[in-house]
Design a protein around this ligand. Structure first.
Ligand code: FPP
Length: 253
C-alpha cells in the first residue's frame, strides 16, 4: 500500500470527503501529442476510469461522479460520438465483473434516453446487476449538463405546483436538491478537472456550491491513483468555512 493511501486510511471519518466529482479532460490532446486520433485517447482514458473507481473504493469514498459525456459532446464529429458510445458499451460489459468484485454500485445521470439503444441496454443491465452493492457508488454523467438538470428540476416543481401537490412556500433548498438527478447523494466535496483548463463546463452547477476545486494539468489518460489520493490529502488540509469565519469554524460554532 502506498504512503498516501495509508495516510488516508488513518483519517478521521468526518474529515474525509464523501463525494468526489471529476471532469475527465485531455484525452484528445493526449492522443494528438502521440500522433494518434482522438479516439485513441478515449481508449486509454478507460484505464484512468478504472483507477479512479478503484482508488476511491480503496480510500473509502462513498460517491464518485464522472463526467463521461456532456450534452454539448453530441456536437462532436459523428465518428467520435459513435466511438465514445461504443467504447462505453464495451467498457461497461468488460468491467462488470470488476465492479462486482469491488462492491461498486453503478448509476447514471443525464438524458439517458438520448443514448443509442444498445448503450441504454448495457447501462440498465449493469445498474440493475450492481444495485445491491454497498461500497462506492460510481455515477456516470452521460448526455448530462447542469443546465439541462436545473431546467428539468424547474419543470418537475412547476408540474407539482400546477397539480396542487405543492405550494410556493414549500420551495426551498431541500426541495430543489431532491428534484435533481443526484437526489439522495451528498454534494461533492471535491471537484477535480484534469487537462489543464480552468472551467466547470456545465457540470453539477447546483451541487458544487461549496466544493473544493482542484485543477490539474495532467491529461486524463495519465491520471492515476496516487494523484487522486494526493488531492484527497490536500483537501483535508484545506479549511472549509461554508461562509463562516475561521474562528467560528475552529470553535465548531
Ligand atoms: C474529454 O477529453 C473526455 C471525454 C469527452 C470523454 C470521456 C470518456 C472516457 C474517459 C472514456 C470512456 C468512459 C467511460 C466511463 C467508460 P477531450 O476529448 O475533451 O480532450 P481534449 O480536451 O484534449 O480535446
Amino acid at each position: 500500500m502506498t504512503d498516501r493511501l495509508q495516510l488516508i486510511r488513518t483519517l478521521d471519518q468526518n474529515k474525509k470527503p464523501r463525494h468526489i466529482a471529476i471532469i475527465m479532460d485531455g484525452n484528445g490532446r493526449w492522443a494528438k501529442e502521440r500522433g494518434k486520433e482522438r479516439v485513441y485517447g478515449h481508449q486509454h482514458g478507460v484505464q484512468s476510469v478504472r483507477n479512479a473507481i478503484e482508488g476511491c473504493g480503496e480510500a473509502g469514498i462513498d460517491f464518485l461522479t464522472l463526467y463521461a459525456f456532456s450534452t454539448e459532446n453530441w456536437n462532436r464529429p459523428k465518428e467520435e460520438v459513435n466511438a465514445l458510445t461504443s467504447l462505453l458499451v464495451k467498457t461497461i460489459h468488460l468491467e462488470l465483473d470488476n465492479l462486482m468484485r469491488n462492491n461498486v454500485r453503478l448509476t447514471a445521470i443525464g438524458a439517458l434516453t438520448d443514448l443509442p439503444e444498445d448503450c441504454q441496454e448495457e447501462l440498465r443491465g449493469a445498474i440493475n446487476h450492481t444495485a445491491e452493492n454497498s461500497g462506492l457508488t460510481a455515477t456516470l454523467a452521460l448526455s448530462y449538463s447542469g443546465r439541462w438538470e436545473i431546467t428539468n428540476m424547474v419543470r418537475k416543481i412547476a408540474n407539482k405546483l400546477a397539480k396542487g401537490s405543492l405550494s410556493q412556500e414549500d420551495i426551498n433548498n431541500d426541495l430543489v436538491t431532491g428534484n435533481l438527478s443526484t437526489s439522495g447523494m451528498p454534494d461533492p466535496d471535491i471537484l477535480i478537472r484534469t487537462g489543464g483548463n480552468f472551467r466547470i463546463s456545465n457540470f453539477l452547477l447546483w451541487q458544487i456550491a461549496y466544493a473544493e476545486l482542484f485543477f490539474t494539468p495532467t491529461q486524463w489518460p495519465d491520471f492515476n491513483k496516487d494523484e487522486l489520493w494526493q488531492i484527497i490529502l490536500d483537501f483535508v488540509d484545506r479549511e472549509r468555512r461554508f461562509g463562516k469565519t475561521g474562528e467560528q469554524v475552529a470553535n465548531h460554532q
